[in-house]
Design a protein around this ligand. Structure first.
Ligand code: SF4
Ligand code: SF4
Length: 185
């Protein structure tokens, strides 16, 4: 099989909430420093345990690159589309800023890019993938929370991680079939 099926597998237990991923993404993709403009974010989950044995987990997130794409279905101009590898992208030139996709996305993954006058979101750093490089967040994370790869390659690290670990995906009840997988530990 020649076609690739890109995915990201995350081990959130490794996340330090250092936000290096969000900074790397902002620099790589020229995400503006404006309120609500983000392609990637880290949520601090509830504190667990009792003082002094407290513990907190962090959940990095971004566009889930759903394969059942509500954002794509509602887009009247087909500005939102999927690449052959399953990466969900936005064609700025076709976007009329109706914001239907922002409402349809269950993950709040989209924002208005004021400079491009179009909707923006995580692209899995598609421009880097074409050069054989990993997404900036994957490369930068000091603890390697994310692993990027091809699900159609049984020897890829993502395939092996999913074969040998239990995992969940965000908001599975929405039937979006995301390509981001969160390992359960
Ligand atoms: S760079 Fe890695 S460790 Fe730091 S916040 Fe992002 S995912 Fe967590
Ligand atoms: S997370 Fe939102 S923007 Fe990304 S593919 Fe899914 S519905 Fe679309």
């Amino acid at each position: 099989m020649n076609e690739k099926r890109y995915a990201i597998v995350l081990d959130t237990k490794k996340c330090l909430n250092c936000k290096a991923c969000t900074v790397a993404c902002r620099v790589e993709n020229e995400v503006p420093h404006e309120d609500g403009a983000y392609r990637i974010w880290v949520t601090a989950l509830e504190l667990q345990g009792k003082f002094p044995d407290l513990h907190q987990d962090f959940e990095p997130s971004q566009c889930q690159h759903c394969q059942n794409t509500p954002c794509e279905s509602v887009c009247p101009t087909h500005a939102t589309y999927k690449t052959p590898e399953g990466v969900v992208l936005v064609d700025y030139d076709k976007c009329i800023l109706c914001k239907a996709c922002m409402t349809a996305c269950p993950y709040d993954a989209r924002f208005v890019h004021e400079h491009h006058k179009a909707i923006d979101k995580c692209t899995m750093c598609y421009h880097r993938l074409a050069e054989g490089r990993e997404p900036a967040c994957v490369e930068t994370c000091p603890t390697k929370v994310r692993v990027f790869g091809d699900l159609n390659d049984p020897n890829s690290q993502v395939s092996k991680l999913l074969d040998t670990n239990r995992y969940y995906r965000l908001k599975e009840d929405r039937n979006t079939n995301p390509r981001l997988y969160y390992i359960i530990k």
